[in-house]
Design a protein around this ligand. Structure first.
Ligand SMILES: *Cc1c(COP(=O)(O)O)cnc(C)c1O
Length: 361
């Protein structure tokens, strides 16, 4: 069958996810393994979300609500947008894929940063786009360089805000300057998977910008801060016209019923997540302090992960940590051979990571 497949699928680099805990336990014969590789929430979702899943479980014989009615109403109210400005996905990854499938026509170009989240490149390439990757400058997006890369064929520009793997964010001013004078028929995809972690007052208000720039599509997810990665639910916020196009491509039952119930319960438990945000802040500082003591350089992050410079082949460090039951992310696939990316875990997990790293170094 291989020769009948779309040619574009052979151009992409296969996505290698962080390794699951159970797999590492099995393969290395370890009993106690921690995972700090996929920017998950180690405390788990709100107990109210778990209760909502249990309740909903009895009805999984029924198809889910293809319109995500209750979740849509609640989010629209929370974000002060019209319900028709929201599109839900099987994770926000699906919104990236939907945007590529919906808007890319043969010969179109897509602009991304290098390195950035790998799915932008994969989705755009499979959809048939030529991908122009503009290198980061000192671990920040080179917005000027990306603007210069725009051509008549540019269809989508992907901006991670905050960005993965660097953990940096853009300010409102930076994005406004970027949008100024840019063609209005280019989809500006602003990936806000880590939106809930950002405390900075000058962080971009993508929903506010949408009023003047209808070509923006912002995405957020319940996978990270909300702790529902295993259930797969994320969403896009855009102009009604953009959202309508995406909905034509979307599968009718793409968000399952457990995910919908859990996401709604998460939204309604603000105190739980406010407490988590404070704890993450504290743990981020603890990691910085630990790295400082070990003399390991890192990129300061506004998210729940930290990029660290090992100043040697990072794969060796990743393997040594794995042997001690600590899964972190090797940044080789992103072209950062000396770097690892480590998710901020619980106090116990972070201490275990720092101790393991100390022994290795
Ligand atoms: C984790 C992540 C996502 C999406 O995750 P989903 O689980 O598909 O919602 C999107 N973008 C970035 C940059 C991420 O790190």
């Amino acid at each position: 069958m291989r020769r009948f497949a779309q040619k574009t699928i052979f151009k992409v680099q296969l996505y290698v996810p962080g390794r699951p805990i159970e797999e590492v336990k099995r393969e290395l014969g370890l009993k106690d393994v921690i995972k700090l590789a996929s920017n998950e929430n180690p405390w788990g979702p709100s107990p109210k979300a778990v209760a909502a899943i249990m309740k909903e479980a009895r009805q999984v014989n029924r198809y889910p609500d293809g319109d995500c009615f209750y979740l849509r109403q609640a989010l629209a109210k929370r974000l002060q947008v019209s319900p028709r400005q929201l599109v839900f996905g099987n994770g926000s990854d699906e919104i990236i894929v939907l945007a590529a499938r919906t808007f890319i026509r043969p010969g179109d170009e897509v602009i991304i940063a290098k390195p950035s989240f790998l799915i932008y490149d994969i989705a755009a390439t499979i959809a048939g786009a030529r991908v122009k990757a503009v290198p980061l400058k000192n671990f920040r997006y080179d917005l000027e360089g990306m603007k210069k890369a725009v051509s008549k064929k540019t269809r989508i520009i992907f901006l991670g805000n905050p960005d993965n793997p660097s953990g940096q964010y853009f300010t409102q001013k930076q994005v406004e300057r970027f949008l100024d004078g840019l063609r209005r028929d280019i989809l500006i995809f602003i990936d806000e998977a880590y939106h809930e972690y950002v405390q900075a007052p000058d962080y971009v208000d993508a929903i506010g910008l949408l009023k003047r720039h209808k070509n923006i599509l912002a995405t957020r997810t319940f996978s990270k801060m909300y702790g529902l990665a295993g259930l797969r639910v994320g969403y896009g916020i855009g102009d009604e016209e953009t959202v309508d196009c995406l909905n034509r491509v979307r599968e009718p039952f793409n968000v399952n019923s457990l995910a919908q119930a859990a996401a709604l319960a998460c939204l309604n438990d603000r105190p739980y997540y406010q407490k988590l945000a404070v704890e993450i802040e504290r743990q981020r500082k603890a990691i910085y302090a630990g790295l400082g003591k070990l003399g390991v350089k890192y990129i300061e992050s506004c998210t729940n992960f930290v990029l660290m410079d090992m100043r040697q082949d990072a794969s060796r460090i990743v393997r040594a940590l794995l042997a001690k039951g600590v899964i972190v992310r090797d940044m080789r696939a992103w072209g950062l051979e000396r770097f690892i990316r480590v998710t901020i875990g619980t106090a116990v997990e972070n201490e275990r990571f720092l101790n393991a790293l100390k022994e290795i170094l």
